[in-house]
Write a new protein. Sequence first.
Length: 217
Amino acid sequence: MKIKRTALAAVAGAAAILGCATVPGSGEADAVAQRMVMSAFRDQGIAKVDRVAAIDETLKECNAADVAGKPLDAGAAKRIEAANLKTIKWPGDGRYLGDWKEGEKIAQSGRGLTWTDDAKTVNGGNCYNCHQISKQEISFGTIGPSLFNYGKIRGVADPASPAAQPVVQYTWGKIWNAKAYNACSNMPRSGHMGNLSEQQIRHIMALLLDPKSPVNQ
């Protein structure tokens, strides 16, 4: 997504300098950007160029708005969120929480899907790249909000209780497909894109919501 946005931004800048009539985000700009991407990247290991080329309608609209330097139209945002909400796969057995200790391992791991990884490498969540999660971790990103005390702040003393269900379900949905709640969210669509398995998401859910997790201490 970041690669696509950079390419489109470069095209838009070049068009402005040359006095070109191409409007940023138009079909012509997209085509030029696509050619730039395909010429600048190559398949290597398990990382294939088709990942960059496979841009769905959600990303196309968000990228176009980003390049144009303006917020996505409210109507388009609602439509995108509704479409992504339909893609969320809720746990078939009704179990939302796994083992928070496993969740911490997944949150810490940035492995998987890179050209240096073996195809059998288990993907990590790389959650600390964008969020503070546990108090013990001293290195974390700030692209996303702090998740420390995530469940405690939201009053989730018992994740299985009916009162906690709205928070539990929202959290699952947000991890599965963040764009269902924020059309142009920078958060990865971890479940929707197959980056994390259903069981891995359960473990991250436990890290965030289990009262015994260090996140909620």
